[in-house]
Design a protein around this ligand. Structure first.
Ligand code: LFR
Length: 488
């Protein structure tokens, strides 16, 4: 059996998943899991990128110990962050995390003489102050002048492994510097942030052979023969590939640290409505676009869990939440204050106090507040999405770790009046593997691949319960309207 390894690294953890096709079904096994996170270093929140490289090797050594001597491997990670590589081929420093506060005013500063509409028309990408465009805008000029190459995180990891450097498009699009029409980096935007197109390795599509792991690593570690394939390197792009959506009225919700809710399109939707709602057109594998909205997601729950010193597991927290009543308070989960607060529990509580609402106190109440409000936010966005696209969404495919939270799946189904299909929870790793399999021609195309996913994993369906929560969504929409108007 041909063995495939997905290296899938998110903001809070990474894993190596081993996969293949056995008896017509996709198999998936976690061989290694490790933690990830940013730490304060040289005045910024930074990722420890060498740690990630080491963990990839540790995982591959485990694969070798299983007597697997030859693998294909793909890497996906979160987006927008980058590594500056000097003329000696080495990183200049650890990459800064997108949650660092160095870019807080960058959108305002950069767009003071380059209108937002102009940037959106060119790129179709949402305005998030952490986009690479704004990170580079605030980047240390000395460092930039010492930079030979700017590499996105997964491209950098591939480069360390193989010595070959590329810029893969699904992730590159999140920089907000690719021109939709030309399919290339946009020189106007690059100039604005003092970088040049040739500082980026050549652009490639998902599903490109990168090369074998360099010989030097084989002398240091006991590794299988490994051929690296550049997959859909943005984790969200891989997650969408790994979503078994069917028909033309489905939306996806990739539910992890972030909740990414949207639809897969064949042509970008960068008109005025999409601009006003700050929807993004990230490039997908095989010429598609991920038309989506970033929602704060389970990050809020991850912080709460950590602040209870990880005393409860996620499933214990979900059980505690299930004992509470939903919708005890409304929260705009996308409020910037939840992006990187000193203490998430305190932040949630002061939000409720400031808005004269019931303050959640216990772990169960806090979790129920998070689940209720994420579900409300999803339902609200599904309505908007349907409006922008001009057709209703009837099915929501939820993938990622969040798809295991039954309570939230049912609340979302009820509130949005859609059928929810939950799973697979490892869609990102699966999408990573699928692109490798399509590249090696073990699977014909993405349609066949999605069919294979549906047949290989246990998907759960949630039907809307009519009449449930009829007024909550409208009340929430009125609440959002009010708080957003006040913030202006
Ligand atoms: C999810 C994700 C999102 C991106 C955010 C920051 O892990 O990749 O798609 O907006 O992280 O990179």
């Amino acid at each position: 059996m041909q063995a495939y390894v997905a290296v899938d690294i998110g903001a809070s953890s990474g894993r190596l998943m081993l996969s293949g096709i056995e008896d017509g079904k996709l198999t998936l096994k976690e061989v290694h899991r490790f933690s990830n996170g940013f730490v304060e270093e040289e005045g910024h929140h930074r990722w420890n990128i060498d740690h990630l490289v080491n963990e990839i090797f540790t995982g591959l050594e485990k694969v070798k110990k299983m007597h697997i001597n030859q693998v294909r491997l793909g890497i996906d990670t979160w987006a927008v962050d980058y590594v500056l590589v000097g003329f000696d081929g080495q990183k200049l420093c650890d990459p800064v995390s997108y949650r660092d506060n160095r870019t807080r005013t960058a959108i305002k500063d950069l767009t003071s003489d380059l209108p937002k509409e102009y940037i959106y028309e060119k790129t179709g990408i949402q305005f998030q102050d952490f986009n690479t465009l704004y990170q580079l805008y605030t980047e240390d000029r000395d460092k930039l002048s010492q930079t030979d190459k700017i590499m996105m995180i997964p491209d950098y990891l591939g480069y360390v492994l193989t010595g070959n450097a590329v810029t893969e498009v699904t992730n590159a699009s999140t920089t907000q510097m690719l021109n939709l029409r030309e399919g290339l980096f946009d020189n106007d935007l690059l100039k604005k942030v003092n970088v040049f197109a040739d500082q980026f390795p050549r652009l490639v599509e998902s599903g490109t052979y990168l090369g074998n792991i360099s010989h030097k690593w084989h002398t240091k570690y006991d590794l299988p023969e490994t051929e690296v394939i550049t997959v859909a390197t943005h984790d969200t792009a891989s997650a969408v590939v790994g979503t078994p959506g069917k028909g033309d009225d489905w939306a996806f919700l990739s539910s992890g640290t972030w909740s990414l809710l949207g639809a897969e399109l064949n042509t970008p939707e960068n008109g005025l409505d999409a601009f006003k709602e700050n929807y993004t057109n990230e490039w997908g594998a095989y010429g598609t676009y991920r038309f989506l909205k970033n929602i704060m997601g389970l990050w809020i729950a991850q912080c709460v869990k950590k602040e209870y010193d990880n005393k409860y597991s996620f499933s214990e927290l979900a059980e505690l939440a299930a004992k509470e009543e939903p919708f005890q308070q409304f929260i705009d989960v996308n409020d910037k204050r939840f992006e990187n607060p000193v203490n998430m529990i305190a932040e949630l509580q002061s939000y409720c106090k400031e808005t004269d609402q019931k303050v959640p106190e216990t772990p169960g109440q806090l979790m129920m507040a998070i689940y209720s409000n994420l579900s409300l936010f999803y339902a609200n966005e599904l309505q908007k999405l349907g409006k922008i696209l001009g057709h209703p969404i009837n099915v929501l495919n939820i993938v990622g770790g969040g798809s295991n939270v039954k309570l939230m799946n049912q609340l979302t189904s009820d509130l949005a009046n859609v059928k929810v299909i939950a799973g697979p929870s490892e869609a990102t790793a699966i999408g990573n593997i699928l692109v490798q399999m399509i590249t090696t021609k073990q699977v014909d195309n993405i349609h066949e691949g999605r069919q294979l996913i549906a047949e290989s994993f246990d998907l759960k369906t949630f039907e809307p319960e009519a009449g449930n929560y009829a007024s909550e969504l409208t009340d929430y929409q009125n609440f959002l309207h009010r708080v957003l108007a006040q913030a202006k």
